[in-house]
Design a protein around this ligand. Structure first.
Ligand code: SF4
Length: 248
C-alpha cells in the first residue's frame, strides 16, 4: 500500500471476529499522554497523513473485503475488474455468486469473498431498499459500527477501515503491522482478541489523530519496527516502547 492510498484492511482475515464497540468517552487525558507523544514523534518522523476526501462507503466496504489476504496492487485490480463487470451494485446483486467469484479470482479466496459480498448486497437491499450506505457519513462512530456489525463476515478491522477511510469516522483499524507494534510498545496486551484490541485503541486514540496514527504505524512497521529484527536504535518512539526499553 502506498502511504497516500487508503491502508489495506487486509493482511489478517477478521471475518469471524465479533464487532468492536466504540466507547462514547475516550480515555482520560492522563492515560492519553504517552500516546500523544508517540503520535507526535511518529508525525515528526513520517509526516502528518491527511484523509481529506470522503468516498462511497459501500465501494470502500467491498474494497476492504477484496483486500483481505492479497497485495494492495492485486486488490485494486480485483476491485476494478468487479466494477468493470458490474458497473452498479444492483448488477452485482443480480449476478450468480459463482460469476462474482470468477471475476475476483485473481485476488484469492474468491469463493469466500464472493459469498460475503453477495450476502452483504442482498441484506442491504432487503433492509434499506437501495444499495447505498451513504447515510453512514452522518452517523456517530458507535452507531456506524453497530450498523456494519450486522453483516455476516464483516469484522472489526473491515468496519473500522470502511468508516475511517470512506467517512472519516474516528474508529481505529488494526492490521498486522499495527498489532505487532502496539504489542511491543505495550499499548495492548500480548494476548488480546481482535475485538478487545480495537476497543482499547478506540478509547485511547485522541480525537483528530485516528487516521494519522493508523497510517504512520503502518509506515513505521514497514520502515523500522519490522516483524524480525526491529531497528530500535533508530526508532523515534523507543522511549515509550516496552520492548525498546529492554534493549537499552
Ligand atoms: S523501539 Fe523497537 S520494538 Fe519498539 S516501536 Fe521502536 S522499533 Fe518497534
Amino acid at each position: 500500500m502506498s502511504a497516500s492510498s487508503p491502508p489495506a484492511a487486509a493482511d489478517e482475515d477478521d471475518r469471524n471476529s465479533p464487532p468492536a464497540t466504540v466507547d462514547a468517552a475516550a480515555a482520560p487525558p492522563d492515560e492519553q499522554r504517552p500516546i500523544r507523544y508517540i503520535i507526535q514523534n511518529l508525525e515528526r518522523a513520517y509526516g502528518v497523513p491527511q484523509n481529506s476526501r470522503r468516498s462511497d462507503p459501500l465501494d470502500m466496504l467491498v474494497r476492504i473485503i477484496l483486500s483481505q489476504a492479497t497485495s494492495d496492487t492485486n486488490s485494486r485490480r480485483t476491485f476494478d475488474a468487479l466494477k468493470r463487470r458490474f458497473p452498479t451494485w444492483d448488477a452485482a446483486l443480480r449476478a450468480r455468486e459463482s460469476t462474482i467469484a470468477r471475476t475476483i479470482q485473481s485476488g484469492g479466496l474468491a469463493n469466500q469473498k464472493a459469498a460475503v459480498i453477495k450476502s452483504l448486497l442482498r441484506q442491504i437491499k432487503q433492509e434499506r431498499g437501495a444499495l447505498d450506505l451513504s447515510f453512514l457519513h452522518q452517523l456517530p462512530p458507535a452507531a456506524a459500527v453497530r450498523y456494519l456489525s450486522r453483516f455476516r463476515g464483516i469484522g472489526p478491522k473491515t468496519i473500522a477501515c470502511t468508516l475511517l477511510f470512506a467517512c472519516r469516522t474516528e474508529v481505529f483499524p488494526l492490521d498486522t503491522h499495527i498489532f505487532r507494534i502496539l504489542r511491543r510498545v505495550g499499548l495492548i496486551p500480548q494476548k488480546c482478541t481482535d475485538r478487545r484490541a480495537h476497543e482499547i485503541m478506540n478509547a485511547l486514540v485522541p480525537t483528530g489523530k485516528f487516521y494519522s496514527f493508523h497510517v504512520n504505524l503502518i509506515r513505521h512497521g514497514r520502515a523500522l519496527c519490522r516483524p524480525r529484527d526491529p531497528l530500535c536504535e533508530r526508532c523515534p518512539i523507543v522511549e515509550y516502547c516496552d520492548y525498546g526499553q529492554t534493549l537499552i
